[in-house]
Design a protein around this ligand. Structure first.
Ligand code: GLY
Length: 462
């Protein structure tokens, strides 16, 4: 945990953003895999962590706006639990760690929230994403399970997004630690990417690196020689010369901050000319997007610039044609770059996505597009100092998408389908860094992971 004052200050700032009522923050419970005592790795709710910091199940918090007090709920471990799990801090001690003097047995939350509801006080809660938390909210508020998502507090969502979007100094340090572990994971993957090795051997090794630092990966490892399948979690292929291996993976620190890095490397360690051609376009797009990153600029504009670099590069290779700007404005580049440039990152790898993507990435000024490609952009709004985000352009050759667009004669003014056909065996390339928006512009977070052709070839030769 951070020091207690960090959580006190965050709760104080939340009070300044929410007018009245009580803010209800349930933590997460253990989640069973195949029977109740065989659980998945426990993951605390990120907003509960942000305001109360306690990383264990069986906890809930209330921030009472009207009475200017914070309440923490949980049960002390009984002897039975101590026998199985060893001594645990009492709820009073946990309360002190998070700067909360008022602690109660877990079950008391029901009466306190029921009373508040009867008095007509506003009860704010965030969108629940786990069924048991929906049931818990039903029990506390009396709102029917099926109606819970309609009664979430937009005021609270906006307040939490406002606070969590701007990272504190100690949060940035945590994210940098996560990137440093990702450096070890990715350079190991690069060195292992030799013909005859199986994807699962590398995926397992890098997940093990994350665990050897004490905590798991920040999301399931994507590692594949079929990089055109954007989130490919299948790891059963044997690596063979001529393929690119895409690794999209990150670490979660002990305080639950994420990294999210992608690298694409040639199996065997040497780029062919064709691989280098495509790689350099993606790298140029990443560099251009990174240089544009600064406070005040809409991330949507950076996405479109990154797309224009991709379209221009593909035009130089004869895969696209026509006016580059027009091609991008009309969405023709999305055949090759069908996703967004990046997303916020912090306690969640897609930070705060559970609160609603559009609350995080869009606002009254910049609305989400419904055009294929651009609609996948999670962060479109103007950037602010303190935001941490990913920048992750890519080029993919996706045979079913190519076939569909070709059969529909889509964007024939901009796409040279005959040439594209010859790349259907290519796969895909994505390169991703984690970046902090600073007053001056931006700063790459953590130890830089090799990304130029030379750096990658040198790393793979070791
Ligand atoms: N890096 C995985 C994702 O952004 O979903």
């Amino acid at each position: 945990m951070f020091e207690a004052r960090v959580y006190c200050e965050r709760r104080k700032r939340l009070r300044e953003e929410v007018k009245n009522g009580i803010v209800l923050l349930p933590g997460n419970e253990e989640s069973p895999m195949n029977y109740s005592s065989n659980t998945y790795h426990f993951r605390q709710d990120s907003s509960f962590l942000y305001f109360f910091g306690i990383d264990q199940p069986g906890m809930a918090g209330i921030i009472d706006i009207d009475r200017n007090e914070d309440l923490l709920f949980g049960n002390d471990t009984d002897l039975e639990s101590v026998i199985w799990m060893g001594p645990q801090p009492s709820v009073k001690e946990l309360g002190l760690m998070t700067g909360t003097e008022k602690t109660y047995p877990y079950q008391d939350i029901e009466k306190i929230v029921n009373d508040a509801a009867k008095k007509g006080r506003k009860i704010h809660f965030l969108p629940p994403y786990r069924a048991e938390n929906k049931i818990f909210l039903e029990k506390l508020t009396g709102i029917n399970y099926s109606e819970i998502n309609k009664k979430i507090s937009e005021e609270l969502i906006k307040a939490v997004v406002k606070l969590r979007s701007v990272k504190e100094l100690w949060e940035i340090k945590e994210i940098e630690k996560a990137v440093d572990v990702a450096h070890e994971m990715h350079t190991t993957a690069m060195k292992m990417a030799m013909p005859g090795t199986y994807e699962k051997e590398i995926a397992g090794r890098i997940e093990g690196i994350s665990l050897s630092h004490g905590t798991p990966v920040s999301f399931p490892v994507i590692l594949t020689i079929n990089g055109h399948i954007l989130h490919n979690h299948y790891h059963g292929n044997m690596l063979r010369e001529g393929r690119m291996m895409v690794t999209d993976a990150g670490h979660e620190t002990s305080l639950r901050y994420a990294s999210d890095i992608t690298r694409s490397v040639p199996v065997g360690g040497k780029f062919s000319q064709r691989q280098k051609d495509i790689y350099e376009i993606v790298l140029h797009s990443l560099i251009q997007a990174t240089e544009l990153t600064r406070p005040g600029i809409p991330n949507r504009d950076i996405h479109l610039e990154a797309a224009a670099v991709i379209a221009a590069g593909l035009k130089d290779l004869g895969l696209m044609k026509g006016d580059v700007r027009e091609a991008v404005n009309r969405g023709a580049h999305a055949l090759f770059f069908p996703h967004g440039l990046g997303h916020m990152m912090g306690l969640d790898v897609h930070d705060m996505e559970g609160l609603g993507e559009d609350y995080v990435g869009y606002d009254n000024e910049i609305k989400r597009s419904d055009t294929f490609g651009l609609k996948g952009l999670r962060l479109g709004r103007r950037l602010k100092e303190g935001f941490v985000l990913t920048i992750e352009p890519g080029i993919y050759f996706i045979p079913p998408l190519i076939d569909k667009w070709r059969s529909e004669k889509k964007f024939t003014d901009f796409i040279n389908y005959n040439k594209v056909e010859t790349y259907k065996d290519f796969g895909g390339i994505r390169i991703e860094d984690d970046v902090l928006v600073t007053a001056e512009g931006r700063r790459l977070l953590g130890r830089p992971v090799p990304k130029t052709v030379r750096e990658i070839e040198e790393t793979m030769a070791k």
